[in-house]
Design a protein. Structure first.
Length: 134
């Protein structure tokens, strides 16, 4: 027999799993787009076709040059932005994979009282005398 909270734990775990899976897929598509953008920037012919003008405030020029990006090189700036975005998206994928694993474990252990109480955090409250749930 499961705990009183097994249905809630299972429902939240399913929601966590679905949302984490969707976010992971979306972020992988974003990473692929950043990779494609990097390929476009590394090919000189494609870079010239996708050229643009970048209006930079003169005060920002110094900070760009401190990062090693010449103010006149738009492709280097765009590559830096793509690289930073790719790094952030990679970290976000790792975080969502952890949430996905937690959701799957919650689904599997929702009906087991010894595991479900720990998942809901009820065991700590019982020890403190705050919650007298059974």
């Amino acid at each position: 027999m499961g705990t009183q909270h097994a249905g809630v734990i299972r429902g939240l775990s399913i929601a966590t799993t679905v949302i984490a899976a969707l976010c992971t897929v979306i972020l992988l598509v974003v990473l692929a787009a950043f990779g494609l953008g990097g390929v476009v920037l590394s090919n000189p012919d494609m870079r010239d076709q996708a050229s643009y003008e970048l209006d930079i405030d003169p005060e920002d020029v110094q900070s760009l040059e401190d990062l090693g990006i010449p103010a006149g090189d738009d492709a280097a700036f765009a590559g830096f932005v793509l690289g930073a975005g790719g790094a952030l998206a990679g970290v976000a994928v790792a975080c969502h994979v952890v949430a996905l694993i937690a959701g799957i474990l919650g689904i599997c252990n929702a009906r087991r009282p010894e595991k479900a109480d720990d998942a809901a955090g009820l065991d700590d409250y019982r020890r403190a005398g705050v919650c007298r749930c059974t």
